[in-house]
Design a protein around this ligand. Structure first.
Ligand code: GLC
Length: 464
């Protein structure tokens, strides 16, 4: 039965919320006790896995990011409350129309699989403070909407059943919590009457929420804090790591830039080769919003495949976001894009598996090309596009046994020869690869595979 509007308002009312917040510590303690056994099992499982080396997150993998919350009702942007300067009371009303009636966790996993993603990272709580799991810390949660379902639980179960890894996004700013005003951080909204900035109280709340998330939902492979707090609190990451040994923690937490596991460049970042830390870049299929937006502008296949390739080829992971609607479905456009990305990824994924990046060669016709290799195979990636139907692989002079355009499976022509441009100046024979239908593939990142006779590639590279 759908709760009527007055009920929902009362449920999310200020007084009740504050009482809920005061009960946080007690509730958290109970939750922790009740789930002690589950936690012990999770700890044992992840420790065993780490030992067996079964799954390591950073292996040039694709992941699917999911931004889902009551903002999907607004069909505009996940930060609607802030960007449209909505009052908290007005924003809360979106919850009354959050039905998730067509939500199927398996359908989320299907979309992830169709794209080639090997893990899903979902927003457990975005800046709006709305919780997508059945938390004991607040009434402002998904089980109190018409959906009445713990969608995080359903997703966690489907992921486990399907062998899909799961991670949680968690926003540090909280536009619903009356104590969560952090003057050191961005993404803060003006205080409302009755708000009292009290970070100590808010931190206790965050700890209880994180404890729930990392205790009650089985294995969690990564924790994506959002919006750095600029408050040094190493105990926050320590808590995360204690609850889920082996978990990877990102760089947007509580003063954790130096101690985190990975960096998270997003969208229109200035791209740089990943440094000594792991990198997981992220972008969305939609241009304007991470959450569902009606009439969204969608990225092209060319843009997405080139961007994904640039990161995977250079050693990073890539998280590609979709924003489900309030009825729980992933928009058709997004599903189609994910499937297209998946078709491409399936054809080129071998160029990321067990490879190392080869920095020695800079191609004249495609200076942005990135080379990876595994044994006697060399993979040539064109994340900045390819402007010609052939390439001078200068200074490489080895002849491959086979040259394959991975996008189509088609063989390419090769010869070691003196190219006219090199005559007189460089004056050496180089590998010429040609017959590439670059125009036909203008809207997709091209990857070429060159298989050399045993030892020939090593010899050629060491001669450079
Ligand atoms: C930014 C945005 C946020 C989004 C996130 C994804 O931090 O503030 O809305 O969730 O990027 O990385």
């Amino acid at each position: 039965m759908e709760p009527n509007k007055a009920d929902v308002r009362q449920l999310f009312g200020r007084r009740k919320f504050l009482a809920g917040a005061a009960a946080v510590a007690v509730a958290g303690g109970l939750a922790a006790k009740a789930s002690g056994a589950i936690l012990a099992a999770a700890v044992a499982a992840t420790a065993a896995m780490a030992e067996a080396g079964q799954w390591k997150m950073f292996d040039r993998r694709l992941g699917m990011f999911v931004h889902w919350g009551i903002y999907s009702v607004g069909e505009w942007h996940e930060q609607e409350q802030w960007r449209r300067k909505m009052s908290r009371a007005d924003y809360e009303k979106l919850a009354e129309r959050f039905t998730a009636e067509k939500f199927s966790a398996d359908a989320f996993v299907d979309v992830a699989e169709s794209s080639g993603a090997e893990y899903i990272v979902i927003t457990s709580k975005h800046h709006d403070g709305f919780c997508m799991w059945d938390t004991a810390t607040t009434d402002y949660k998904v089980t109190n909407t018409p959906a009445k379902r713990d969608v995080i639980k359903e997703l966690a179960e489907a992921c486990r059943r399907r062998g899909m890894k799961l991670g949680f996004y968690y926003s540090n700013p909280d536009w619903h919590h009356s104590n969560a005003h952090n003057e050191r951080s961005t993404h803060q909204i003006p205080m409302e009457p009755g708000d009292i900035s009290d970070m100590e109280k808010y931190i206790a709340y965050v700890k209880t929420q994180v404890t729930e998330l990392l205790t009650n939902y089985g294995e969690v492979v990564c924790f994506f804090w959002d919006i750095p707090t600029n408050i040094d609190l190493p105990e926050m990451d320590a808590l995360v790591r204690r609850l889920q040994p082996g978990i990877m923690v990102n760089d947007r937490g509580w003063g954790n830039k130096a101690t985190c596991d990975y960096s998270t460049p997003e969208r229109d970042y200035k791209w740089d080769a990943p440094g000594e830390r792991h990198t997981e870049a992220c972008d969305a299929v939609g241009v304007q919003s991470w959450g569902y937006r009606a009439d969204e502008d969608y990225h092209t296949h060319g843009y997405l495949t080139r961007k994904i390739d640039k990161f995977l080829a250079t050693g990073a992971n890539f998280l590609l976001n979709v924003g489900p609607k309030s009825d729980g479905t992933i928009p058709d456009e997004a599903r189609a894009i994910m499937a297209e990305v998946g078709k491409w990824h399936a054809k080129v994924r071998d160029s990321y598996r067990g490879v190392t990046t080869v920095p020695q060669i800079r191609l004249k016709i495609a200076p942005g090309a990135v080379l990876t290799r595994r044994g006697d195979s060399l993979f040539v990636h064109f994340p900045d596009g390819l402007d010609a139907s052939g390439l001078d692989m200068r200074p490489l002079a080895a002849l491959p046994e086979k040259a394959t355009l991975l996008n189509t499976g088609k063989s390419l022509k090769t010869r070691v020869e003196l190219m006219p441009w090199n005559a007189g100046k460089f004056d050496r024979e180089t590998l010429h690869v040609w017959g590439i239908p670059a125009d036909d593939l203008a809207n997709e990142c091209i990857v070429i595979r060159l298989d050399f006779p045993a030892g020939a590639l090593d010899a050629a590279l060491s001669a450079l």
